[in-house]
Write a protein that binds this ligand. Structure first.
Ligand code: AMP
Length: 397
């Protein structure tokens, strides 16, 4: 069955058509600047030429109409008609406490997703717009919602509660939710599969280090803790997000710089992280690695602080699970930055971690980068959130 995977943002939309039998991507692409002048669609059929077309997209319905037209185009399309698309899988960012698993979309589910809008005001409304646009154009095709938060719903209360007045949890559901769940679930399962071990018998730490970054502790097949919280701002230092800070810093900057809460949130989300810490050198780890190798002190300080935070979180999850069998690195930085993996693993001597540097520098699919006598196995596993969404969609339809 062909599954269309949709990841809809406020002004952009990523898509992939995946053949669920072979698990191969048949075509993928991106609509950008939806509702803004200069909208464009990039379409890349597998093994074919990538096309970029600038064309008006006043709304998401038009964007999805163009995606479906590209997929069924006589010359460059990959299916003859929309009948060849068996189901649509939608990435939905926040499922709150309503969703501990993916679900087939119906009116009740749409309402429950809308109830989570307050928790993810930038993402959930856009996800809903994408679902509505698909429903309009493909009214008879089953749709599935796959939530970023669902995998983390198994966290125990002591891991998800904040030390805040309890009434805020009761009134507003203020608690830790965690994100990147599809990736943490996919990578932890893949680690067990690659090692030929039972998922339910392992203690796994997944370091999803991308532009956004989070770590999770997966014990006996269930997530028991993760570093992102109510929003994706908590936890690790990220590309441009601060991660954990003393909350009193917000008031301090507000007074010193004469800024309001919205301006400070923009600083914490867009101007902090490795970008801010490197004094605006870059949010991209390729630049930071290059800078560090050239002796740039901003780059070195940033990499050291970033890796120290990752190592501290790993330590806390070893404590939460009373041990660890496998540590996995994934996403843009985790998959590509050998230096970051080395610097993080240098803190892990107490876990008996020993890294095989030849393996660590190899570019390949899933790979074990620890030595055979390392007490803890360390792996690099490329994440594939689209495939995970497609699998969930097939399972439910
Ligand atoms: P993601 O959000 O998972 O797509 O990750 C994107 C980030 O991965 C980029 O901002 C870079 O910092 C990082 N990245 C991508 N390729 C490399 C590379 N070859 N070496 C180091 N970092 C990389």
């Amino acid at each position: 069955m062909n599954i269309l995977v949709i990841n809809c943002g406020s002004s952009s939309l990523k898509f992939q058509l995946i053949d669920s039998d072979t698990e191969k991507c048949i075509a993928k692409g991106l609509c950008e600047r939806i509702g803004i002048d200069g909208s464009m669609i990039t379409y890349a059929p597998e093994g074919g030429e990538k096309e970029v077309t600038t064309t008006p997209m006043p709304d998401h319905t038009e964007a999805i109409r163009l995606v479906l037209e590209a997929l069924t185009n006589e010359k460059t399309g990959v299916v003859k008609s929309l009948d060849e698309i068996g189901a649509v899988g939608h990435r939905v960012v926040h499922g709150g406490e309503n969703f501990a698993a993916s679900t087939v979309i119906n009116d009740e589910v749409m309402k429950a997703i809308e109830e989570c809008n307050d928790l993810a005001p930038l993402h959930n409304p856009a996800n809903l717009i994408g679902i509505n646009a698909c429903k309009e154009l493909m009214p008879n095709t089953p749709m599935v919602a796959v939530f970023d938060t669902a995998f983390h719903q198994t966290m125990p209360e002591e891991a998800y509660m904040y030390g805040l007045p309890y009434e805020y949890y009761q009134k507003y559901k203020i608690r830790r939710y965690g994100f990147h769940g599809t990736s943490h679930s996919f990578v932890s399962k893949k680690a067990a599969e690659d090692l030929g071990k039972n998922y339910e018998d392992l203690k796994i730490i997944v370091c999803h280090l991308g532009n956004g970054a989070s770590i999770s502790a997966v014990k006996n097949g269930k997530c028991v803790d993760t570093s992102m919280g109510l929003t994706p701002l908590e936890g690790l230092i990220m590309g441009t997000r601060s991660g954990d800070i003393d909350p009193a810093i917000i008031e301090f900057i507000a007074h010193k710089e004469g800024k309001n809460i919205d301006e400070i949130m923009t600083i914490l989300n867009k101007k902090s992280g490795v970008l801010g810490l490197s004094d605006n050198l870059s949010s991209d780890f390729r630049d930071l690695e290059a800078g560090h190798n050239e002796g740039n002190a901003n780059a070195t300080r940033t990499l050291k602080t970033y890796c120290y935070r990752v190592a501290k979180y790993i330590g806390s999850y070893v404590a939460a699970m009373n041990g660890v069998d496998v540590i996995c690195f994934t996403a843009g930085v985790g998959e590509n930055a050998a230096l970051v993996r080395t610097m993080v693993c240098e803190y892990l001597g107490y876990l008996g971690v020993a890294i095989d540097q030849e393996a660590n520098h190899k570019r390949s699919e899933d790979i074990v980068i620890s030595t055979p006598d390392s007490k803890t196995t360390v792996m690099v596993i490329p994440t594939n959130e689209e495939l995970a969404i497609a699998r969930e969609t097939v399972r439910l339809v």
